[in-house]
Design a protein. Structure first.
Length: 254
C-alpha cells in the first residue's frame, strides 16, 4: 500500500483545514448519565474513563493530537465539562482539552435522558471548536462524536419522545458533508426502540452491545482517532468499527 505521508504536497483528509501546523483531532464524548446508569454502570463508566486517560498518556501521538470534550446528559440538563467544572455555555469551544491534560469528572447518574439536546449540543460544540481552530491558524482532522447510552430520548419530564427525529436530517447532512463522524453505541439493556434511534442518527457507525463494555468503546475511539494519518480514507474507520463490533459477544458485562 502506498504511503500518503511520503507526498510532498499538503494532505487533505475530509474536513482538514490546510495550513502548516500539526493537525488536531477533536473528539467529543457524549455520555448518558441518566438514572438508568445508576450504581454499577456509572461506576464502570468512571473507571473506564480513568483508565482511558492513562492509556492516552502513554501514546505520544494521541496525547498531543487528540482534543477531548465531555458532554453528559442526565438530570434535567445537558452539561459540557472542563475537568470537574461544568461550563456555563455547553457549546464553549474551551470544553476541548488536549488528551494529555484531560481529567474527567466523577460522574453521577440521575434524572432523564436528554439525548436529543445532547446531540444538538455536540453539533454546536464541534462547529465552535472548528471555528476557533481556524481562527488560530490550526489544522484539524474531521471531528468525531461518540454517543454512549443505555436508553432512548425523553423529555425533561421523563416521558419518551420522538423529538430525536427532528435532528436526524441535520445529522445526516452534516455527516454527508463530512463535518464530523458520529458513533452511536447502545449498551446494557437498551431496547430495540433505542437501537432504532441509534441506527437513524448514525447509520454507518452504530452498535448495540451486551453489558457495559465502556473500556472497549473508549479503546475503539482511540484507535479511530489514531487512524487519521494512515491515508486510507473512510475504509480504515469502517474496518476499526467492524473489528470492534465483532467482539461484542465476548464482553457481556464489560
Amino acid at each position: 500500500m502506498h504511503d500518503e505521508r511520503s507526498r510532498s504536497v499538503p494532505l487533505y483528509y475530509d474536513d482538514i483545514v490546510p495550513d502548516g501546523n500539526a493537525q488536531r483531532q477533536p473528539l467529543v464524548l457524549c455520555l448518558d448519565t441518566s438514572m438508568s446508569m445508576a450504581d454499577a454502570p456509572i461506576t464502570m463508566l468512571n473507571s473506564a474513563l480513568q483508565e482511558w486517560v492513562r492509556d492516552l498518556g502513554t501514546d505520544v501521538n494521541l496525547a498531543h493530537s487528540v482534543e477531548v470534550a465531555l458532554i453528559t446528559f442526565g438530570g434535567r440538563e445537558v452539561c459540557a465539562w472542563r475537568g470537574a467544572t461544568v461550563l456555563p455555555d455547553a457549546a464553549d469551544p474551551d470544553a476541548f482539552v488536549a488528551a494529555h491534560s484531560f481529567r474527567p469528572p466523577l460522574l453521577q447518574a440521575g434524572g432523564v435522558t436528554l439525548m436529543t439536546d445532547a446531540l444538538r449540543t455536540a453539533v454546536r460544540l464541534v462547529a465552535a471548536r472548528k471555528s476557533a481552530l481556524r481562527q488560530a491558524g490550526h489544522q484539524y482532522y474531521r471531528p468525531q462524536i461518540c454517543l454512549i447510552t443505555d436508553g432512548q430520548p425523553t423529555t425533561r419530564e421523563g416521558h419518551l419522545t420522538d423529538d430525536w427525529k427532528e435532528v436526524v436530517p441535520l445529522l445526516a447532512e452534516q455527516q454527508r458533508r463530512k463535518k464530523f463522524r458520529l458513533f452511536a453505541i447502545g449498551v446494557g439493556g437498551i431496547t430495540p426502540r433505542g437501537e432504532e434511534v441509534l441506527r437513524a442518527i448514525a447509520p454507518k457507525y452504530y452498535a448495540r452491545l451486551q453489558g457495559f463494555p465502556f473500556r472497549q468503546v473508549l479503546q475503539m475511539m482511540s484507535a479511530s482517532a489514531g487512524a487519521q494519518d494512515k491515508g486510507d480514507g473512510e475504509e480504515i474507520y469502517e474496518k476499526i468499527f467492524a473489528r470492534f463490533t465483532s467482539q461484542r459477544s465476548a464482553w457481556n458485562n464489560g
